[in-house]
Design a protein around this ligand. Sequence first.
Ligand SMILES: CC(=O)N[C@H]1[C@@H](OP(=O)(O)OP(=O)(O)OC[C@H]2O[C@@H](n3ccc(=O)[nH]c3=O)[C@H](O)[C@@H]2O)O[C@H](CO)[C@H](O)[C@@H]1O
Ligand SMILES: [Mn+2]
Length: 311
Amino acid sequence: MRKVTMRFGENFYLFSIIVIVSLLGLVYLSFTSSKSSRPDVATTTLWLAPIVWEGTFDQKLIDNIYKPRNITVATTVFAVGKYVRFLKDFLESAEQHFMVGYRVHYYLFTDRPDEVPTVTLGEGRQLTVIKTETSNRWQEISLRRMERIEKLIEKELTGKADYIFSLDVDSKFYAHWGAESLGDLVGVLHAWYFGSSRNHFPYERRPESQAFIPFEEGDYYYGGAVIGGHLDEVHKLAKTCRMQLDVDRANHIEAIWQEESHLNKYFLYNKPSKALSPEYLWDDTKWKRSYLKVVRFSQVVKNYANIRPNP
Ligand SMILES: CC(=O)N[C@H]1[C@@H](OP(=O)(O)OP(=O)(O)OC[C@H]2O[C@@H](n3ccc(=O)[nH]c3=O)[C@H](O)[C@@H]2O)O[C@H](CO)[C@H](O)[C@@H]1O
Ligand SMILES: [Mn+2]
């Protein structure tokens, strides 16, 4: 009889411990899984594409997915006229922070090949200089990128690269920019318009332009300085924007922010599969906001009158 009581006592003790440990486990799990790592910002778009912020991804897990695929990331950079002066900082900082550990092939378009600085590239990284003509209008230099990207993908990249990024050269990398940025079609949320309501976005508002977006439409304002994605998707984007730019040209109209306006129109009807937060396109002149935990890539301060061929 005594033995039975003892066994019951022991079992009860063990049972209580199991219950307490399980409860603590449940509390821990519900706490860690329901708590968003970034409650201060939206981390998905309304069409459930991720918005990439510091704290929303695990770099090791992402590298485990992309590294075995042995991918190549083509990266187009335009340095026409005096913009060659930005190349050194751009390339040196890219070698420190941009897609480190991945194969990167820079395609550098310039009218001044002799002025391209020598920058030591890491393993698996290369640079091809492509001579291109200049223009006496900066707007033209900027918007012509679409057609050059379109042709580059058609003539050069098929079978040689998997992803492509087009990046503004008047910029610098300050921190990690890795495979978390890859996706089928990738746009960046423009730092100056992030958080503004859409009627404040500087979309093209004249219906005569192919880039026209009415006031009651629009999701975000995307920056023209970063366009990315899978080769096929970026080819479709560049070709469509180039065709729309051609129609505008024939109608003697230039969209307010040139190819950036056409890009915004494109993204309105062809939603990006991933959006990069303003961490990926900040501006050195902009006051750092509390949501900005890290600046990865930022536009450097420039004297427009000094470097552009026209006002
Ligand atoms: C931060 C951002 O989203 N910037 C966009 C914005 O102004 P930005 O003021 O950033 O335009 P920008 O002067 O940097 O020109 C865009 C790019 O074109 C190239 N370039 C331009 C002029 C020149 O003389 N030589 C030259 O090489 C260069 O690669 C430069 O980075 O609007 C432009 C279109 O109007 C582009 O969409 C830019 O990407
Ligand atoms: Mn720029």
